[in-house]
Design a protein around this ligand. Structure first.
Ligand SMILES: Nc1ncnc2c1ncn2[C@@H]1O[C@H](COP(=O)(O)OP(=O)(O)O)[C@@H](O)[C@H]1O
Ligand SMILES: [Mg+2]
Length: 306
């Protein structure tokens, strides 16, 4: 398929230096010029969004959310990627995830998954902010369900589901109803994550999954998500949406900041923090600088008048 620059027909993203003395800053926005180049070593891209247009014509004037929008998510050899999309409300982050998952078709344009045009049969799992477990099923039944739906025999499905329940730290809760307040908000989000990971997806979509959790639970679940990501036997590509700068920096290998009207990628960061991340990462200068820089850029976008 044709390779194209993701910034084709889009404005050049600005390189903004939020620090007065930029040389003091250890963290730099990554130059975006390489983003449209083909992958090294003949890897197929994980995702290509090609000439995406989305117009909602019931508005006057019509709401053009995407206009000739392109984005390539490259594969990285033998490694997972944790890609975060940020940007103000309404800029199109959830819509992008829905295109990738297959929950929505753009007005025009194509979505390629591993080099193949996505069909209505491809479904890519997505974790949402709202708890999306079946309340009338147990934790085990919830996590085993995707395997059962794939035709896997019940015993094997339960064994594999139990393994995943252990991975997400819910061992001992498997026979409880997946229902609040029997399980806490954080535990229910773990059920949702386990249910999505049990099929070993190569791509996992997460749309503000921890937005409803309290700060402490949220940090714990970030740590846990990062740890499964680091230990994964597969090399998953996670596409994650959040409004929290610190959550984004802690979890991500790459951060894209989108702007609206129509959507463009305005900034891109490769997060050069240690691969294996524990709580101590949060106290490093680099971590704080990334968080501050993202905060300034997002604030600037919010204040820009269009
Ligand atoms: N079904 C719909 N009908 C009309 N407009 C929609 C619909 N879905 C989304 N939009 C519009 O598309 C834009 C992007 O929405 P969304 O992807 O949810 O943004 P984000 O997730 O970045 O907050 C918004 O302007 C929203 O109003
Ligand atoms: Mg959204």
């Amino acid at each position: 398929m044709m390779k194209r620059n993701i910034f084709q027909k889009q404005e050049d993203p600005e390189i903004v230096k939020p620090f007065e003395n930029a040389s003091e800053s250890r963290v730099e926005e990554t130059n975006v010029s390489h983003l449209g180049q083909s992958s090294e070593g003949g890897l197929t891209d994980v995702i290509n969004l090609v000439n995406i247009n989305q117009v909602y014509s019931e508005h006057t004037p019509p709401n053009v959310v995407f206009k000739d929008f392109n984005l390539d998510i490259k594969d990285v050899k033998d490694k997972g990627q944790f890609i975060t999309l940020m940007g103000k409300s309404g800029c199109g982050k959830s819509t992008l995830l829905r295109y990738i998952s297959g929950l929505q078709e753009p007005t025009s344009g194509d979505v390629y998954i591993y080099g193949k045009k996505r069909t209505s049969k491809d479904r890519i799992p997505m974790v949402f902010q709202q708890y999306t477990s079946f309340e009338w099923k147990t934790v085990l039944q919830n996590v085993a369900l995707p395997l059962i739906l794939k035709g896997i025999a019940k015993d094997e499905a339960n064994d594999r589901a139990m393994e995943m329940i252990k991975v997400v730290g819910l061992n001992g809760h498997e026979n409880k109803w997946a229902k609040y307040p029997i399980l806490s908000g954080g535990q229910l989000q773990r059920v949702a994550i386990a249910r999505n990971l049990v099929v070993n997806p190569q791509i996992l979509l997460m749309d503000e999954p921890f937005g409803a959790l309290d700060t402490i639970t949220r940090k714990q679940i970030q740590l846990f998500l990062r740890s499964i990501f680091e230990n994964a036997k597969v090399d998953p590509t996670v596409i994650f949406v959040t409004h929290s700068e610190s959550e984004a920096v802690f979890l991500s290998s790459d951060i894209y900041i989108l702007d609206s009207g129509p959507a463009t990628v305005r900034h891109y960061f490769k997060i050069e923090l240690p691969e294996v991340r524990d709580e101590s990462v949060r106290y490093s200068n680099e971590f704080t600088e990334y968080v501050n820089k993202l905060g300034v850029l997002l604030e600037d976008l919010k204040n820009e008048r269009k």
